[in-house]
Every structure is written in C-alpha cells, then in structure tokens.
Design a protein around this ligand. Structure first.
Ligand SMILES: *[C@@H]1O[C@H](CO)[C@@H](O)[C@H](O)[C@H]1NC(C)=O
Ligand SMILES: *[C@@H]1O[C@H](CO)[C@@H](O)[C@H](O)[C@H]1NC(C)=O
Ligand SMILES: *[C@@H]1O[C@H](CO)[C@@H](O)[C@H](O)[C@H]1NC(C)=O
Ligand SMILES: [Zn+2]
Length: 256
C-alpha cells in the first residue's frame, strides 16, 4: 500500500476507533509516575482477546477470524523473536491487522525477562519495538505486555517514563505450555462459569490451533455468556496509542 492511502486508512481507523468507544468512558492517557498495571478490564462484562509473541505466521489468520466475527482484538508484538518485524510479509500482515481495527501493543524487542536487565537495557528493549511500530504503522503504542508477565519496580518506572501502561491477563489459556484445545477451552469455561467480571485472556499467535480452533470457540462461548468484545484500550478505557503520525517509507534502517 502506498504511504498516502495508508495514511488515509490509518486516520479513518483512528476516527472509527475513537467513535466506537463507550460514551461513558472518558479516554485517558497515562499520567506521570510508575506505569499502571492492568490485570483485567475496567469495563464490566467485557472481553479483550490478546495474542502475544508475533508477528508470526498466523497473524493474518487470527486478524481475519476476529474481523469475520465482528471482534477487535489486541496483538502484543515483538521486534525480533520468531520473525524480524521489518520483514516485508510481516509488515504487510501488521498493517492488515492494524487497518482492520485491531490494537497493536508492544511485547518488547527480543522477549527477554525485563527484571534481569538494567535501566538502559530496559529502555532499549522497549524503544526498539516502539520505533518499529512508528515506522511501520505510524503509531506509538500506549500499552506494553512484559514478556512472561515479568516486571518489577524498575520496569514499571521505565514503562511509565515512556508513557505506557502494563497489561497482564486474568485468564491464562496455557496454549504456550502445550495444552490441547480442549484443555484451554476448559480454562475459559471455568472463568465463564465463575461469572468472572471481565475476561482478559493470554493467547499466542504462534499456534495454528489457537488461531483456528480455540479462538473461534472462545468468541462463540464468550458471546453466548453475554460478554462484549473490545481491544485492551477499550476494555480499560484508555487510548491505544500515544501518538499518530505518518508511517514511513522502507529504508536501510528497517533491519533487525
Ligand atoms: C547495563 O548493562 C549493560 C550490559 O551488561 C552494560 O554494558 C551497561 O554498562 C549497563 N548500564 C548501566 C547503566 O548499568
Ligand atoms: C520508581 O520510582 C519511584 C518514584 O515514582 C521511586 O520512589 C522508586 O525508587 C523507583 N524505583 C526504582 C527501582 O527505580
Ligand atoms: C493450520 O490448520 C489449518 C486447519 O486446521 C490447516 O488448513 C493449515 O494447513 C494449517 N497450517 C499449518 C501451517 O500447519
Ligand atoms: Zn510472550
């Protein structure tokens, strides 16, 4: 897609995203100080489906399953884990998800345990992914999910300095641990049966079964149980991005 048509599409997505917010929830950004940590939604009866560890081969598939069901989800992406975020096909898939209205957040650069790093290293893990998203999508993410859900006061402070909130989860499907689809479904079912106020599940875009079996099942089950779907930003009543700018044209810096 050319830069200009991409911009127009980006801006209409922005307007659409803002317009779709529940009228009663004022959109807020992060205030100075340590990052806020969200472990669930603040909007009752809301479900925010999240997918980590991409951009990966099933991202376009997941994006399309969500879109086909009228659901907007959230991808927490790495800069360089299974793929380099600047790869041509990966860039295409990321833009496809973004333009479909799904939220793109940061999962940092190389999926390191941030609690083992010093301040300079933490900034670097965060800034490299933010820069990539600025170049590829034109946005600066307002949300970061720390790899392994692992954070400490320093991570929180650095994240806060960068204007971000941290997002954990309140349902762990354990797709990452090799559970079968039926076992992950049972985990969802337990949360549904317990009438959990909000559903903020951890899934990974790296598994075929998560993309094409667990996800469609979860959408149907959560819908039937009366949950409303939204992005992480919508489910916590904040804006998804700190800034919108022009996506940039590929140049020699687009390497991992
Ligand atoms: C952080 O760690 C890196 C790598 O070990 C090291 O080179 C750097 O000096 C450290 N920085 C600070 C401020 O401690
Ligand atoms: C985090 O920031 C607070 C001030 O907001 C400060 O009191 C605390 O010492 C900082 N902690 C670390 C580990 O940097
Ligand atoms: C993923 O699963 C779908 C349907 O189950 C199948 O058609 C597809 O070939 C699989 N893709 C890969 C890469 O395994
Ligand atoms: Zn991860």
């Amino acid at each position: 897609m050319k830069g200009s048509s991409f911009l127009v599409a980006s801006l209409s997505i922005l307007l659409c995203a803002v317009g779709a917010q529940p009228a009663t929830v004022a959109l807020k950004g992060h205030r100075a100080g340590p990052a806020t940590i969200f472990t669930g939604c603040v909007v009752n009866k809301m479900a925010a489906l999240t997918f980590d560890d991409g951009p990966n081969i099933y991202e376009a598939g997941i994006s399309d399953v969500l879109t086909a069901h009228g659901v907007r989800g959230t991808f927490f992406v790495n800069g360089d884990l299974y793929n380099c975020i600047y790869d041509k096909q990966i860039v295409k898939n990321l833009r496809h998800s973004f333009l479909a209205g799904h939220q793109i957040g940061s999962h940092t650069w190389a999926h390191l345990d941030l609690t083992t790093l010093n301040e300079t290293q933490i900034h670097s893990e965060m800034s490299r992914t933010e820069l990539a998203l600025q170049k590829i999508l034109g946005v600066t993410p307002a949300f970061m999910r720390p790899p392994f859900g692992s954070y400490n006061d320093l991570v929180r402070n650095v994240s806060g300095t960068r204007g971000q909130s941290l997002v954990i989860w309140n349902v762990d499907t354990r797709d990452w641990a090799g559970l079968t689809v039926a076992e992950s479904e049972a985990i969802y079912q337990t949360a549904i049966d317990a009438k959990q106020d909000t559903i903020l599940p951890l899934m990974h875009e790296t598994f075929n079964t998560t993309a094409f079996e667990l996800l469609p099942w979860a959408i149907k089950a959560l819908k039937a149980a009366g949950y409303r779907f939204g992005t992480v930003a919508e489910c916590v009543g904040q804006r998804p991005y700190q800034a919108f700018n022009l996506p940039r044209i590929r140049d020699r810096t687009w390497t991992c």
